[in-house]
Structures are given as C-alpha cells and as structure tokens.
Design a protein around this ligand. Structure first.
Ligand code: NAP
Length: 327
C-alpha cells in the first residue's frame, strides 16, 4: 500500500494523510518492546508513510531515542514531528515551561536524542499560561532561523492564542484531540486553522483505542488510560455504546471500526491529518487502509449525526489535565 500525501498547511511540505503517533511505543498504554518498535517504524516508512509524531515527554526522552535509532540512515524518508514544553517537577507531577531558554535547551536535547540536525515540525506541547505565546514562538522562530527546525506547531492551543502565535511566525499545524468521541474543541479550533491555512493534526483519532471495537470491558483498558474519565466505570457503558454505533457503520461500509473512524476524519477535509498510535504492524496496515475507505458527504453526515459532538461521557482528561488544554 502506498501512503497518500497532502500539503501540510498552505504551501507546506507533503505529509502522509495518516501518520504514526509514537507515544505508545514508550509504554504509556502497556508494555512496548524497543526492538519491535524499531521494526514497526521501518515497516511504516516502507509503506511511504513519512509522518512520525513524538514528544520529549513520551517516556521522558525514551520515545525520541527509539525513533532516532529507527530512522538512522533513513532521515530523508521521514517527516519528523516532536514537541517540547511539558516538564517534570521536582517532587513529582508535570509542569509546563514555555520560556525562551527552555525552548532552546529542549530542542537541543531532542535533536541529540533523535540523532538528527533538524526536526521538521516542532510543537509547543502545552501552552504555558505564564509566558506570553509571542515570547515562546519568538524563541521557536530563532530555531527556524538556525535551521534546527523547519515548521512550527502548537498543541491544544485555543483559537485566540493560535492567532497571536501566527502573527509572530506562520504556524503550520495545530495538534489537538479529534475523533468521533471528542470533537467540540477541535471543531472550534478548525474554524480558525482553516481561515489561516493551518493544518490540523488529529491526535487520539481512535479515542485512545475506545472506538476500535477491541475495548469491550474494563479489563481491556491498558496502561495509564485507565485514569482517563472516558474509561472510568461510571462512563464506560455509555461510551462503549457509542463505539458500538461506530462498529455498526463499519459493518455497513465493509471496513473495520478503526478504519471507519479514520475515514470519517479524512472526510472532514484535506486539512486533517490523523496520527493513530499502535505498536502493531498489522494494525498499522489496517489503519493506513482507511485512506481507501471513501465516505460520501451523506455518509459522513449520517455518522456525525449518530454520534453527535459532545456525546461522550466524561471529559477528555482528568481534572488536572483539563486545565492545560484548549487554553
Ligand atoms: N498532543 C497531545 O497532547 C497528544 C496527546 C495524546 C496523543 N498524542 C499523539 O497522538 C497519537 C495517537 O493517540 P493515542 O495513541 O493516544 O490514541 P489513538 O490513536 O486514538 O489509539 C491508540 C490505541 O488504539 C489501539 N489501536 C490502534 N489501532 C488499532 C486498530 N486498528 N484496532 C484496534 N486497536 C487499535 C492501540 O493499541 P495497540 O498499540 O495495542 O495497537 C492504542 O491502544 C499518540 O501516539 C501521540 O503521538 C498527542
């Protein structure tokens, strides 16, 4: 299968419509095996998928090191995205740091772990409410000038902040959660990104696996996901029923539930780039197959109406995490 590619943002680079979200290669959703992860990345690149999404906080450096080893000798086949801005606080817990000094230091450390001389798409992972976005993006602009970074992105920034950032330096992509399970904030964000010619990278496009049809009991929920409100016992049955509606549509369309989710996202517009995560080559192939599942406008609208925005039970993150998203 050959991956379809589209320009990422106005006059942007050609990026595969479906990428690989690499977060779960660092044990976030259960055990991951580094040798298998490197093989998976080779397989992904062999299919012509160039978009690999990482962050310095996935396994606190581990994720970038795995990717760095995997892409050795294949750098020119990769559109490499990573992120900075989340930090570990002394004594436990995560914080954010969008200060210019941190931007420069974090990028240097990521380049070293990745073993590359530049990152293609560099995102601020979480907004730092204590640092004006103009200052953070100013520091990111210097990375572009130094050739360490090619394109800039923000994750989970709200529309106003996106406009302010874009006024400092063109923003190529916004990455925010976007799936049939959670899309209210993504839809509000896309009103601005579409106006400004910014691409929308859809993270957790399978609802952290909930919409894939393979999570049917609480025991099926692996790793840190169990703390997410969507999987809590009081919300599980409601959200599982939504996943079953996805499965019904998939049966009607002759594809798998994961493919239906991704095809629905692709049908929303050429600006949308889903990055499903998986540790398995066969699931990756299945997910890539979504590019050939074409939904008519009528089908996409019917799916949207059956699983309306806001239908999920529980917030996207636990209460602490919700304070840092869409701000
Ligand atoms: N910017 C941010 O704040 C942020 C936050 C979260 C995620 N992300 C990015 O988005 C990427 C994707 O998000 P995500 O991994 O959280 O959620 P996701 O892509 O919605 O779901 C991933 C889960 O679904 C399973 N899965 C994948 N394909 C499947 C298939 N065809 N059938 C059945 N199950 C399947 C995976 O399990 P297996 O591994 O067992 O296949 C994994 O547990 C991440 O890797 C990361 O790069 C960004």
């Amino acid at each position: 299968m050959t991956a379809q590619r589209r320009a990422l943002g106005a006059n942007g680079p050609l990026v595969s419509r479906i990428g690989l979200g690499c977060m779960s290669l660092s044990g976030v959703y259960g055990d991951a095996d580094d040798a298998a992860s490197e093989k998976l990345i080779h397989h992904v690149l062999d299919q012509g998928v160039n978009h690999l999404d990482s962050s310095d906080m996935y396994g606190w450096g581990h994720n970038e090191e795995v990717i760095g080893r995997a892409i050795k000798g294949r750098r020119d086949q990769v559109f490499l995205a990573s992120k900075f801005g989340q930090i570990r606080r002394e004594g436990g817990g995560n914080g954010v740091d969008g200060s210019p000094a941190h931007v420069a230091a974090a990028c240097e450390a990521s380049l070293k772990r990745l073993g590359v001389d530049h990152i293609d798409l560099y995102y601020q992972h979480r907004v730092d409410p204590n640092v004006p976005v103009e200052e953070t993006v100013g520091a990111m602009t210097r990375l572009v000038e130094q050739g360490k970074v090619r394109w800039l992105g923000l994750s989970e920034a709200a529309p106003d902040r996106i406009r302010r950032a874009h006024a400092v330096h063109p923003i190529s992509a916004i990455q925010t959660e976007y799936s049939l399970l959670y899309r209210t904030e993504a839809e509000q964000t896309r009103e601005v990104t579409q106006e400004l010619g910014i691409a929308f990278v859809a993270y957790a496009p399978l609802g952290r696996g909930f919409l894939s049809g393979t999570i049917n009991t609480l025991e099926d929920v692996g790793g840190r996901r169990a703390q997410h409100p969507r999987f809590l016992p009081e919300n599980f049955a409601h959200n599982h029923a939504l996943a079953m509606r996805v499965a019904d549509f998939a049966r009607e369309k002759g594809c798998t539930p994961a493919q239906l989710c991704l095809a629905w996202l692709l049908a929303q517009g050429d600006d949308v780039f889903p990055i499903p995560g998986t540790r398995s080559a066969s699931r990756f192939d299945e997910n890539l197959g979504a590019q050939d599942v074409v939904l008519t406008a009528e089908e996409a609208a019917r799916i949207s109406a059956t699983i309306p925005a806001g239908a999920a039970a529980g917030t996207r993150y636990p209460a602490g995490g919700m304070k840092g998203v869409f701000i």
